[in-house]
Each structure stands twice: as C-alpha cells, then as structure tokens.
Ligand binder design. Structure first.
Ligand code: B12
Length: 262
C-alpha cells in the first residue's frame, strides 16, 4: 500500500488523486511518443462521483430506465473516477473558422477516444496494484436513430463528480472550459467522493447574458430553452461524410467558456 494515510480519510483521497494525476502525466507523455499522434491535451482534471450519491441513483429517472448504474459495470463499486482531458488551444482555435470541422478537431476525436481506452486500462492496473478493483464501462458511444442518447452518460457522472455544470451549448463546462473530452472508470476505492458544483459555470445561466453559442451553431440547434438533438445529429452526420466521425464542435470553440469558467 503506497499511501501514508488510511482509507476513508480525506488525506487518503487526496493522495490517491495525486498518484493518479502523476501517473497520467507520464502515461500521456509516453503514449504520444509511442503512437506518433497529432493530438495534444493539457493536464487532465479528475474527480470521484459517489456510486450512492442521490444524483447518480436518480439517473434512471432523469435519463432513461436503461441507463446503467456503477454496480452494473463493477459489482461493489464505490465510486466513478471521472477524467476530463482538455484539448491544447491550437486544436480549438483552428476549429473556430468556417462551418465545417477543422483537421485538428477531426483528428482529436478518434485519437482521444483510442487513447482513453489505453489510459483507463493503465489506471485500472494502477488501482489493482493498490489492492482495489476497477472496470471500464463498455458500449458508451452506442446510439441509434431511435435512441439518440447513451446508457452511460460520461457527463452526468462528471457533473456529479464536481467537474462542471451544463451550459446553454449543452456542453459540460469546467475549470478548464468545455473543449475536451470526458471518460470514466468505475472502481471500489474507499475514497471520499466529490460533490456537484452549486454555482453555474455558463455565463447565461449565471448572469443572464452571452448566448454566443446559440448565435454560433450552424444549424440553430441551441436555444436558452434547450438543445435540439435531432438538428445537431443531422449536422454531425453530414460532417461524418468528410471526416468519418460525427463531429462539429462550433458551439464550444471561440466561446467565453472554451478554456475556462467565464
Ligand atoms: C450521443 C452523443 C452525441 C449525439 C447526441 C447529442 C447529445 N448531447 O446527446 C450527437 C452525435 C449529436 C453528439 C454531438 C456532439 N457531441 Co456528443 N456524445 C454523445 C454521447 C455518446 C452520449 C451523450 C448522451 O446520450 N448522454 C445522455 C443524455 C441524456 O444526456 P445529454 O444529451 O448530455 O443531455 C443532458 C444534458 O443536456 C443535461 N443538462 C442540461 N442542462 C442541465 C442542467 C442540469 C442542472 C443538469 C443536471 C443536467 C443538464 O441534461 C440532459 C438530459 O439528461 C457522449 C458520450 C457519453 N457516453 O456520454 C458524447 C459527448 C456528449 N459528446 C461530446 C461532444 C464533444 C460532442 C460534439 C461537440 C461533437 C464533436 N465532438 O465535435 C457535439 C456537441 C453537441 C452538443 N452541443 O451537445 C462530448 C461532450 C464534452 C463536453 N464538454 O460536454 C461527450 C461527453 C463525449 C466525450 N467523451 O467527451 N453527441
């Protein structure tokens, strides 16, 4: 056991987080070199969502009865470790121009998704080396024309883990903004979970002004009243003819919330 403090102690949770963040630094560095990829990420953010937090327990009601619970992924799960990997600024800035995705943005999507699986398996081994268990959720991206939502919402777990709040652009906005990707790993570490953030990070939701994302969406899928999933999906499907993936991201780039909490 590499920790100085006892499980369930606040210091234990801090030490676990520190150890994971340190491991992520070296993992990402060597992954990039070994796999000769283009995408660059800033330092990741992590948080723990409590498996028994009332918000997590209500996901079947909020989202769908088919949404999975942490224990469906790992029996005896105590928490969901949530990761946010913010993109380097160049990836984001390049996507500001025009109404179709830029090459760096398009590359970042598959490269980040592939990295996530390796990264999470690496952190799973780290957690196992401490004598605990961890498991990756599967089928997280599986959607269909009939069901345009996943049974494993990365962002709802990340919200419960205090990593951000939802903006009018329907993106989860955190300390490092909203331009990046989320992933999760279910585990049985006896950590003290984080709590959802009480203050809105979206300028409009907090102060009633902005709506830059509403003006920017190329297909009018956003409004203060909500997100038109069908319109957005039609657009990203169109983009996938060129790029092979359902991407766009115009509602998140060139925004006050792109890189920080505005
Ligand atoms: C299906 C899907 C899509 C579909 C449908 C869109 C959608 N939002 O569902 C399509 C293909 C259209 C799409 C588009 C995009 N996607 Co997408 N997508 C997913 C996927 C696979 C599942 C999302 C899902 O079904 N969630 C469950 C549903 C019910 O939740 P939801 O759609 O997020 O809606 C909830 C929020 O709006 C929330 N909400 C809104 N306001 C508030 C307020 C409060 C207080 C609370 C609690 C909740 C809340 O409540 C809604 C209902 O529960 C996730 C990965 C995953 N497995 O989670 C990525 C994901 C959501 N996509 C992502 C991205 C980046 C995009 C795009 C920018 C495309 C791109 N890469 O260029 C666009 C952006 C669209 C947008 N503005 O939302 C990121 C979002 C990152 C972020 N910062 O938030 C995710 C998380 C992928 C990842 N691994 O990081 N996507």
């Amino acid at each position: 056991m590499p920790f100085k403090t006892l499980p369930d102690d606040k210091n234990f949770t801090d030490e676990v987080k520190r150890a994971i963040l340190d491991e992520l630094d070296s993992f990402v560095e060597s992954y990039r070199i070994q796999n000769k990829i283009t995408t660059r990420w800033k330092k990741p953010l992590i948080g723990f969502a409590g498996a028994n937090h009332p918000y997590i327990r209500s996901l079947k009601e909020i989202i769908s009865p088919t949404h999975l619970m942490p224990e469906d992924v790992l029996e005896g799960a105590t928490s969901v470790l949530c990761f946010f990997f913010p993109f380097e600024e160049e990836t984001v800035r390049e996507n500001i121009k025009g109404d179709t995705p830029s090459p760096l943005w398009a590359t970042a999507y598959p490269e980040t998704n592939t990295m996530f699986v390796h990264m999470a398996n690496h952190i799973k081994s780290l957690i196992q080396s401490w004598g605990y268990r961890a498991e990756l959720p599967s089928d997280i991206g599986k959607i269909s024309e009939q069901q345009l939502y996943s049974n494993w919402s990365q962002r709802h777990f990340a919200y419960a883990a205090g990593l951000g709040t939802f903006g009018v652009n329907n993106m989860l906005i955190g300390k490092q903004g909203c331009t990046g990707r989320y992933f999760t790993l279910v585990c049985d570490l006896p950590v003290i979970p984080d709590e959802p953030r009480q203050v809105e990070n979206c300028l409009y939701k907090r102060e009633g002004k902005c709506l830059a994302c509403v003006r920017r969406c190329p297909v009018g899928a956003l409004s203060p009243e909500g997100f038109d999933r069908e319109k957005c999906f039609a657009r990203v499907k169109e983009n996938s003819k060129q790029w092979g993936n359902t991407i766009c991201g115009k509602c998140s780039v060139g925004m006050p919330c792109s890189f920080k909490r505005p």
